[in-house]
Design a protein around this ligand. Structure first.
Ligand code: SF4
Ligand code: SF4
Length: 630
């Protein structure tokens, strides 16, 4: 056994504390202080029983005032708030998917964006019934982009990607009237239903939450993922590194943060340009290092091996190193705090999207049309800022781990082919994985996803749960900030196999994989949907019968709620470590944790005790195994 050792949360925290010391010297704020200022939180908000959707309110429910002015009770208010929460998340992912469709529309053989995976484009086109024979690949790309954008407002029918689900799942969606129609329609229908004087019946509102979630997972997010692969390449296993130590003191450090790979891909492209590297040297640096935060980091790590500096609650830390020349952001999960924080250092906080504009930032509007010139401008701005560094403030924690990332469904199937006897077995399926699960070598799988949330000691839940699950021979697929927590700790290193139970360890050795597979960003949870759909089809089981569960132990965003809804609506039990503001209605809480099982064969479990959350996931996996007799 080598000298492999996980990085502990205590070590993460020691590094953060040291960075906060630097922050104090320059009067910087930090989320740690703002959390203290906001604690305790408003109880009405926490329970979901405040309503401000009309100007007769705001209303809040108390024993003395059991109804709002319009007469809505706690159940209606909680369910409406929950639906609006979901719609916010679905809108966000879906708009991201639309932008990617637009980028696909802007491709040309000699333009900023090209088609990097034509086979995948042809595959999707055939699936959608589009003639591909003899067609120029760029004509096809433009046609598919228009059809993709059409999914957002299609007039009749349901979304194209739903047909990827097993028949049984599609029948459930039809029967329960939750098959999403047009992507935008489900978002706006949700807002309509949650308007004053529309729906206040919890079942109707929760049903629409599932449908809006599905419009995201099997619509907007799936379009985002699939067409990003067409544009930037379908991820394959690739080595990278994670944690703040990936920043290089002697180099110009550009940190990409946000979600849309159209921006980050182009920044990476220019940071690699010999002309830019020479310019950086001229300015006194040794080179250029691009690293990432949040989901955009996952995107470029998966496709280019760009190192991952940190996840959601690390975003301020990259600036606190004093070595960040520019933090370049697009949309979603970007702390507005980065504006004032960057002013305490030499860092340029560069916003690029009209959708996410923030005070104290330099706005360089980025679009598919001006991508090349503006990416170059951004890289140059960062380089020119190197000279403004204050050396006395520079401290990069010497902490990083190796990670192997890039496990798209295609890559997983290819990896499985590597352990298939091609003389006897068919290749190109998930059958080897099913055999491992059936034989009990692997007990099951957990999809670990979601954010950080200061309500949970950051990263502990992700890391501790993963350690517990892999020790119990349960393989993990991870995405989003959960994936980054794993990578920073070292759980995506192949050496982490030594932390697994004997069965999973053998599989990791045979297939040469880490026990936690990085499947990408938050929109890439759609990859997990495709994976379970494939597993169900290859095994002849329903999705809900597979010993597979989902878990978001530190979730915080509306997007995470939308994700939860589509994961559950796909038939996968989902475990949450943070309460989704529904405790104010026993009816809504009951629906989510049990009632919806009658509709979609899965439901939520909310458990804030992380140890117990892990136990309950293992129990559920074992129950599922027992139910199918394995
Ligand atoms: S919709 Fe009803 S409960 Fe909500 S703020 Fe208006 S009056 Fe109050
Ligand atoms: S996991 Fe959560 S915090 Fe991280 S990028 Fe996704 S939505 Fe944002």
């Amino acid at each position: 056994m080598g000298t492999f050792k996980l990085t502990t949360v205590e070590e993460f925290e020691a590094a953060t504390n040291r960075l906060l010391e630097t922050g104090k010297k320059v009067g910087a704020d930090g989320w740690q202080y703002r959390v203290a200022n906001q604690t305790p939180h408003c109880k009405f908000g926490e329970q979901g029983i405040c309503c401000r959707i009309c100007a007769m309110g705001p209303c809040r429910i108390t024993p003395k005032a059991p109804r709002g002015i319009c007469g809505c009770d706690a159940h209606g208010i909680v369910a409406r708030n929950y639906l609006k929460f979901t719609a916010g998340g679905a809108a966000t992912h879906s708009d991201h998917g639309r932008e990617i469709c637009h980028t696909l529309y802007c491709t040309s053989p000699d333009g900023n964006y090209k088609v990097k995976d034509p086979e995948k484009l042809i595959r999707i086109a055939k699936e959608w019934g589009v003639e591909t024979e003899g067609k120029d690949i760029y004509d096809l790309a433009h046609e598919m982009a228009v059809l993709g954008m059409g999914e957002y407002g299609k007039v009749f029918g349901t979304q194209n990607f739903l047909k990827r689900a097993p028949q049984h799942t599609q029948e459930i969606w039809e029967r329960e009237e939750i098959a999403p129609r047009a992507i935008d329609r489900e978002v706006s229908c949700s807002l309509h239903m949650a308007h004053m004087g529309c729906s206040s019946e919890p079942k109707a509102l929760i049903r629409q939450s599932l449908r809006a979630g599905l419009s995201d997972g099997w619509g907007g997010s799936m379009a985002g993922t699939e067409f990003s692969d067409v544009l930037f390449g379908t991820p394959k296993p690739i080595d990278t590194e994670a944690n703040l130590g990936v920043m290089v003191a002697e180099n110009v450090n550009i940190v990409v943060h946000g979600h849309d790979p159209s921006l980050s891909e182009m920044i990476c492209e220019y940071a690699d340009d010999p002309e830019m590297i020479a310019y950086a040297k001229e300015m006194g640096a040794k080179g250029i290092t691009v690293s990432g935060v949040c989901c955009t980091s996952n995107e470029v790590a998966m496709r280019r091996g760009i190192p991952m500096a940190g996840n959601f609650l690390q975003q301020e830390n990259v600036v606190l190193t004093g070595a960040c020349e520019a933090i370049v952001v697009d949309v979603q999960c970007i702390f507005p705090a980065l504006g004032p924080l960057s002013k305490c250092f030499h860092t340029k906080f560069i916003t690029t999207s009209p959708i996410a504009q923030m005070p104290d930032s330099d706005f360089i509007r980025f679009s598919a049309e001006n991508a090349g010139e503006n990416a170059k401008l951004i890289v140059k701005t960062a380089i020119e800022n190197f000279k403004n560094r204050k050396p006395e403030l520079v401290y990069i924690p010497d902490m990083k781990q190796k990670a192997t990332v890039g496990y798209s469904v295609e890559a997983i199937v290819k990896t499985l082919d590597g352990v298939t006897n091609s003389q006897v077995d068919v290749t190109g399926t998930t059958k080897p994985l099913i055999e491992c699960i059936t034989s009990g070598v692997i007990r099951g799988a957990v999809a670990m996803v979601g954010c950080n949330n200061p309500k949970v000691r950051p990263d502990t839940a992700h890391i501790e749960l993963m350690k517990k699950l892999i020790a119990n021979d349960i393989i993990i697929v991870a995405s989003g900030c959960s994936a980054q927590a794993a990578a920073r700790a070292g759980l995506m290193s192949k050496e982490a196999k030594d932390l697994c139970g004997a069965g999973l360890k053998r599989v990791c050795e045979l297939a040469d994989i880490p026990p936690v597979l990085h499947m990408g960003s938050c929109v890439d949870i759609s990859r997990m949907m495709i994976l379970v759909a494939t597993l169900a089809k290859d095994s002849g089981l329903n999705i809900s019968q597979l010993p597979v569960v989902g878990c978001a132990p530190e979730w915080m965003s509306e997007k995470a709620v939308s994700i939860g809804n589509y994961v559950v609506a796909t038939g996968i039990d989902t475990f949450l470590g943070v309460d989704p503001y529904v405790s104010g209605s026993d009816q809504v809480a009951e629906l989510l944790t049990s009632g919806i099982r009658d509709w979609v064969e899965a439901s939520y479990t909310v458990e804030k005790d992380i140890e117990k959350l892990g136990d309950r996931m293992i129990e559920r996996i074992e129950e599922k195994r027992a139910a199918i007799g394995i």
